[in-house]
Design a protein around this ligand. Structure first.
Ligand SMILES: Cc1cc2nc3c(=O)[nH]c(=O)nc-3n(C[C@H](O)[C@H](O)[C@H](O)COP(=O)(O)O)c2cc1C
Length: 349
């Protein structure tokens, strides 16, 4: 199925309204969100997960708090918790998620806690893994618990392995991504290749922070987008305010792929703000290269912590409620996709 079938193009008046809304929500916090809008972008992802929008909030360790995941799910996306803190911490988070909301759980394979995986599979609709070879046993255990299984991959080969392992969903992560970066290929080329070789619902991750970028990923063959960095500036996220301020000041060229913050997780490339590496180097012996990001209660030199950021960071312009971020991006994507239809009819500009 091509994207044109996914996009239920609104009638002219609705489209004007969508464009107006897209303009309005580009302004800071508190914009009107058009809560009762119809679904306009329907894809195999929205069908599979039962979401209103083809958008997933990235798993981001403890930054992906239940407040954030619930807010994203209420706004129509797929919210994600993290199982990285172990079974007890995850159970407490799952307790706060209202029944029936599209909130999944993300796990990092090197730090896997099996009881947490079992709990996630029993209590959430979607369980996902990253940073490890796709494992059919793990996928089967998720299915046995009653959840859908997904894998975030960094290459076409890994995507094929995830499909072979029985996954229901693939996330293709491009090198533009914030946080740990699995592969070596840019997002567009990766989506294109994975789309050719795998028929499963495909989510594009890395460097997507705007509706224009979302539209581009959908047109390139993705069924949804995954967004990390943009949600760090969500008011529901527990990131330190100096970290958020640094993101707001930064653009794509201010990020770097490095292995610097590798204490306890060596040789795992990650994308952070260049300024964080420079600040760490300036501290000499005093620096800790822990991969932990700064939360609201972190003390010490915040500027020298692992300030993860994707090339999407230029789209972070202010603190916003998660729902406002979802709506702003989706409305802009809808407006852009409607415009591409006009280009085909020679009416675009
Ligand atoms: C602060 C931060 C922490 C992350 N932690 C995880 C994680 O625990 N598990 C995971 O699968 N991906 C993690 N990622 C990567 C995201 O899943 C995703 O690929 C990335 O955020 C997409 O790029 P973007 O940040 O430009 O939106 C993290 C990303 C960030 C920014």
């Amino acid at each position: 199925m091509g994207w044109k079938e996914f996009l239920v193009v609104p009638a002219a008046a609705d489209r004007r309204e969508a464009l107006d809304l897209a303009e309005r929500v580009r302004r800071p916090i508190g914009a009107s969100l058009g809560k009762d809008r119809k679904v306009t972008i329907k894809t195999p992802f929205t069908e599979l997960l039962g979401c209103r929008h083809p958008m997933q909030q990235a798993g981001m360790g403890g930054l992906a708090s239940s407040d954030l995941a619930v807010a994203v799910a209420r706004a129509g996306g797929l919210g994600m918790l993290s199982g990285a803190g172990g079974a007890r911490a995850l159970a407490a988070q799952l307790d706060t998620v209202p029944a029936g909301l599209a909130v999944g759980v993300n796990f990092l394979v090197p730090f896997l806690d099996r009881p947490a995986v079992e709990d996630a599979a029993a209590r959430s609709p979607y369980v996902e893994f990253f940073w490890g070879s796709p494992d059919a046993g793990l996928v089967a255990s998720v299915h046995e618990g009653g959840a859908l299984a997904g894998w975030q991959v960094g290459s076409t080969e890994e995507a094929a392995a995830a499909a072979d392992a029985g996954c229901d969903l693939i996330v293709a992560q491009g090198i533009e991504a914030g946080g740990h970066v699995r592969g070596t290929v840019g997002l567009m080329a990766l989506v294109e290749e994975v789309r050719e070789s795998v028929e499963l619902p495909l989510v594009a991750a890395g460097g997507i922070g705007s509706g224009r970028a979302m539209a581009a990923a959908l047109v390139a063959g993705a069924d949804a987008v995954r967004i990390g960095t943009r949600f760090i500036a969500a008011t529901e996220c527990g990131a330190h305010h100096d970290y958020v301020d640094a993101l707001i000041r930064s653009g794509a060229d201010d990020t770097v792929l490095t292995t610097a913050f590798g204490l306890g997780w060596p040789d795992a490339p990650h994308r952070v703000l260049k300024s964080a590496v420079a600040a760490g180097q300036a501290r000499g012996e005093a620096q800790s290269w822990s991969p932990d990001w700064p939360s609201t209660d972190t003390v010490g030199p915040i500027e020298a912590k692992a300030l993860y950021a994707g090339q999407s960071v230029g789209s972070v312009r202010s603190r916003q409620a998660a729902a406002a971020i979802v709506e702003e991006i989706v409305l802009e994507a809808e407006a852009v996709l409607s415009r591409t239809r006009e280009w085909r009819q020679g009416r675009g500009h």
